[in-house]
Design a binder for this molecule. Structure first.
Ligand SMILES: NC(=O)c1ccc[n+]([C@@H]2O[C@H](COP(=O)([O-])OP(=O)(O)OC[C@H]3O[C@@H](n4cnc5c(N)ncnc54)[C@H](OP(=O)(O)O)[C@@H]3O)[C@@H](O)[C@H]2O)c1
Length: 216
């Protein structure tokens, strides 16, 4: 059965999933890059950048499994880019260049309508203005038997958590403090929502923690 998964979501020791004040120079917010330092060292990421190097340890395995069996993605509009308010034009096409690493339909939550954007390599950004349930329905239809991955950012993950719709949440906990930014769990009672910690694995630069819904 198709599942809804969050994978490789970087989080600081004090619980932040992004730094504050995102802009073109700070895609993850100020100091937010610290959260993904584990990911950009992996062979997987380096291959995506057209490089032949990169590390092949536990962190790399964790990054790779996040891309396995995914048939559609859901992103928040701020993860897609730093443009806010009504789209001024179609010039912003994401952070990832002409060929984004998704290779599936990607449903972008936003309050501002925009025509779909077809990219090289099979990625199509489709903008959904009807909320999280509509985005999930469309993503599931596109994914078929495969899973749907929520890429982020924080607000998007929080909304799907609060609705208890996420089946598995893989956090890459980094030994850094952000102090401020977008907090992942603040005000969310994960236990009451039925989540438990299924396993944790020590990687080279992050500790990988898997949360899942408790079997009923
Ligand atoms: N730690 C990680 O692994 C990780 C992963 C991915 C991203 N990030 C970072 O997280 C940050 C972005 O997170 P974020 O919390 O600021 O934002 P986000 O979840 O990416 O996007 C939030 C925006 O999406 C739109 N949106 C969200 N829910 C909606 C709904 N139900 N209906 C309609 N529109 C909706 C709204 O934009 P509009 O109203 O403007 O349309 C909202 O302001 C970035 O810095 C990003 O780099 C971190």
């Amino acid at each position: 059965m198709s599942r809804l998964r969050v994978q490789s979501f970087g989080i600081s020791l004090d619980g932040y999933g992004a730094g504050p004040n995102q802009d073109l120079q700070h895609p993850l917010g100020v100091n937010g890059f610290d959260l993904m330092e584990w990911f950009v060292s992996t062979r997987l990421w380096r291959t995506m950048q057209g490089q032949a190097d990169g590390e092949t340890g536990i962190d790399n395995q964790m990054a790779e499994q996040g891309f396995a069996g995914i048939g559609a993605w859901i992103l928040g509009r701020n993860m897609f880019g730093p443009v806010r308010g009504p789209w001024p034009d179609d010039s912003w096409k994401g952070w990832w260049g002409d060929e984004p690493p998704y290779h599936t339909p990607v449903f972008v939550l936003t309050h501002y309508p925009r025509a779909p954007l077809r990219m090289a390599g099979g990625t199509e950004f489709r903008f959904v203005t009807e909320g999280i349930h509509a985005a999930l329905e469309q993503a599931k239809a596109a994914a078929g038997e495969r899973d749907v991955r929520i890429g982020g950012g924080v607000s998007t993950v929080r909304q799907y958590l609060e609705a208890a719709l996420i089946d598995e949440l893989h956090l890459a906990v980094r030994p850094v403090l952000l102090g401020t930014g977008e907090h992942l769990f603040n005000g969310i009672d994960m236990r009451a929502l039925g989540y438990e910690c299924a396993r944790s694995v020590a990687g080279e630069r992050a500790t990988h923690v898997f949360l899942r819904k408790r079997p009923r």
